[in-house]
Design a protein. Structure first.
Length: 64
């Protein structure tokens, strides 16, 4: 098992112009007190970055 967070090259990690989930530990969202808030575009970008990062690492590990 390999625990994989977000790559530090993800630009959305350093963007503080709006409230958003996500940290170097992984992609997250802030759902709000009643769970009605949907993920923002930046949060969705972070999930894509993490997925790409996991796929890259998995490819490297299977070739090992």
């Amino acid at each position: 098992m390999v625990i994989t967070g977000l790559p530090l090259s993800s630009a959305e990690l350093t963007d503080v112009t709006e409230v958003r989930g996500g940290s170097p530990y992984g992609a997250t969202t802030i759902a709000g007190p009643d769970g009605s808030r949907m993920p923002s575009e930046k949060e969705l970008k972070l999930t894509a970055d993490q997925g790409r990062h996991v796929a890259t690492l998995a490819t490297k590990l299977t070739a090992w």
